[in-house]
Design a protein around this ligand. Sequence first.
Ligand code: PRP
Length: 185
Amino acid sequence: MTKSIHDDIERILVSESEIQEICKKLGKAITADYKTKEPIILLGLLKGCVPFMGDIIKHLNIPLEMEFMDVESYKGGVSSTGDIKIRMDINTPIKGRNILICEDIIDTGKTLDTVIKLLLHRGAKNVEVVTLLDKPAARVIPLKPKYIGITIPKEFVVGYGMDYKEYYRNLPYVGILKNNVIDKE
Ligand code: PRP
């Protein structure tokens, strides 16, 4: 890794200004859909959600509570409500609540599938998803989020919350790493 994290980026896939436009557009749509409903819980899935959630909330003109979960899905293809490791759980009762999950990216769909099942199992009234990036070509479990910022091809991306070995989350854009930065495993 070089001293400037920008030097490790081969190309930018979604720029800072594009991300801001997406946040505005999604914020408007979500505000319109939820303004006549009961207050929502905006549920961020850590850690990748942090920059996106921080930006999109500025465009949500509705009453909302912010909550977070840190979960690890078992990648073995099991997707029942019991097959999820919760590193940090949501901190408020969710029975009868409208929940909007905030994600940076949907890849295989396994994480969201298990979280949605868990929330419904606990009595949430309604669960929808807003994601900045959608990578449908990588989907293993069929899952269509209601609010999608932008659809991207099946490439490994970093920045704006997304990491490689925990680094690069603080890039203000979404980009693709140079080949020589990635360890050959
Ligand atoms: C990433 C991302 C999603 C999930 C998507 O999180 O934030 O939660 O993977 O992948 P999936 O659709 O294949 O389940 P990750 O588990 O890497 O944790 P992080 O947000 O802390 O980086």
